[in-house]
Design a protein around this ligand. Structure first.
Ligand SMILES: [Mg+2]
Length: 494
């Protein structure tokens, strides 16, 4: 017995394969999961799900539709175990999966938030794999895919779970992994094995898969042009598809304008690009007549469809109102140099770079606030008027803050607001009208970060020479300067 407790979460659109997945978990050797949570993600459930008789406890909940990201969030939030293992509803866990999962998880330190299973895709013998089969086979190399991925529940809570703006089973798992790693967690690969059967062949399957280009637009908006590198992917075909589509459009426009030479040149470019794309897809395949026809037809359709989805995704991202966010700063040794019990406004010295960081946040429409312990007031070392004068000078030097939340109590007063208690952070979030899970708390001590995390915000530490090593060691998100802490904190927001 390893003592690891785990809940298995399976979101499902009602595929018949669900029964096989659940039966395989139930039959696998090793300590059974505490519970299997099946999240029925059908908008209109109609018929009951194909749930077989199992010895493992199964709970079925409905999401009302909304996609796998939302369904998985519902599932893990119901879990009461330290670990949550996500499985897709079309995979078949290996016959020792339960025991292997427990072994994978038991050996992990607290800095590891996730463990990925190994996906096997059986390919047909005696012939080359089709395009659809190769596309499923690519899952064996994919990183952090939730076809078989276990996460610590506390880490899921720390990042706010999956981003539900990803509407399909694509990119939402990579996005979660990136945010986990930005918070300082490690993700590892385990030893357990799960089989993913090849996708069922369909003439236009490769064209339908282009819908994922819309999700790429969201990843780019979240992480900038380097997003592919961040998730460990190659450059993709976006540029070639754009060039192919542009050539087709140019040929049509020039044709209509009776500019014959330009039309022919554009047509030649389109033919060459499309032909090259088709050959690249035909070469590794079975090259039978059916596959040849399918590859030629879909190679014509894929570039414009991919571009249309990319543009639609880009428009959706542009239309979307920026989601509110706030950064709440500790004051002393974070925004200004710490003078012990600073009571003289002339002693206010901003930390280098603080003004630029704050200006940039204001420019981006991100609320800024201060959450500060000032026990000097309770000790009679600073008068409330002196505190107000110092804070006014901070605003004069660093610009206006959307909220100031100050705890004037002493350590032994038993107040609810002194950090590391979360009250100041809650008050600040309410004051700026931002949900606390969309707030980042930046400070130089463990108390700052702990207050943020206790409230449900993201905590980021910018250590100074006075920051204790233990505080640094237990904080997942540590940065060398204020700007980096803010950037990492905002990237880690759900
Ligand atoms: Mg401080």
């Amino acid at each position: 017995m390893t003592g690891v407790r785990c809940t298995v979460v399976v979101p499902t659109g009602g595929r018949p394969s669900l029964g096989t997945t659940l039966t395989a978990v139930d039959a696998a050797e090793g300590a059974a999961p505490v519970e299997i949570v099946v999240v029925d993600d059908r908008g209109d459930p109609g018929s009951p799900l194909p749930i077989p008789e199992l010895t493992t406890s199964v709970r079925v909940v409905r999401s009302g539709g909304g996609g796998p990201a939302r369904a998985r969030n519902i599932g893990w939030r119901l879990a009461e175990t330290e670990w949550v293992a996500f499985l897709d509803d079309d995979v078949v866990p290996g016959h020792t999966w339960c025991g292997d999962l427990m072994d994978d998880l038991a050996s992990l330190g607290p800095e590891v938030a996730g463990s990925q299973g190994n996906i096997t895709v059986p390919l047909p013998g005696g012939r080359r794999p089709t395009d659809d089969e190769r596309s499923t086979y690519a899952l064996t190399e994919a990183r952090w895919i939730t076809a078989d991925m276990a996460y610590r529940r506390s880490a899921l809570a720390a990042v706010g779970g999956f981003d539900e703006r990803f509407p399909r089973a694509y990119r939402e798992d990579a996005d979660l992994a990136v945010r986990m790693q930005h918070l300082g967690y490690r993700l590892v690969r385990g030893h357990r094995r799960t089989t993913h059967p090849p996708h069922r062949p369909a003439f236009l399957a490769s064209v339908r898969r282009q819908a994922g280009n819309a999700d790429d637009a969201l990843l780019r908006a979240k992480y900038g042009p380097g997003w592919r590198e961040l998730i460990g992917e190659g450059p993709g075909r976006r540029r070639t598809h754009a060039a192919t589509t542009a050539a087709a459009v140019a040929a049509a426009v020039c044709g209509l304008a009776r500019r014959r030479r330009s039309a022919l040149a554009s047509l030649a470019a389109w033919t060459w690009l499309t032909g090259r794309f088709a050959v690249e897809r035909i070469r590794p395949g079975p090259r039978d007549p059916a596959e040849l026809v399918r590859m030629l037809a879909t190679s014509v359709l894929i570039p414009p469809v991919a571009c249309a989805h990319a543009v639609a995704g880009w428009c959706r991202v542009r239309r979307e109102r920026p989601r509110p966010a706030a950064v709440l700063f500790d004051r002393d040794d974070t925004l200004i140099e710490d003078g012990p019990y600073l009571s003289d406004p002339d002693g206010v010295r901003p930390v280098p770079g603080a003004g630029a960081v704050l200006d940039e946040l204001r420019r981006r429409g991100i609320a800024v606030g201060v959450v500060s312990n000032q026990s000097g007031v309770a000790r009679g070392l600073i008068s409330p008027d002196q505190l107000a004068a110092v804070n006014a000078t901070v605003e004069r030097l660093l610009g206006p803050f959307d909220t100031w939340q100050v705890c004037p109590h002493g350590e032994d007063d038993g107040c609810a607001c002194r950090k590391p208690r979360p009250e100041l952070v809650h008050r600040a979030a309410r004051a700026v009208g931002v949900p606390v899970h969309r707030c980042v708390v930046v400070g130089d001590t463990g108390a700052d970060v702990d207050a943020g995390r206790a409230a449900g915000a993201v905590g980021a530490l910018v250590p100074t020479a006075r920051t204790r090593e233990a505080e640094r060691a237990r904080t997942p998100l540590v940065a060398g300067d204020l700007a980096s802490a803010v950037r990492l904190g905002l990237e880690a927001l759900a």
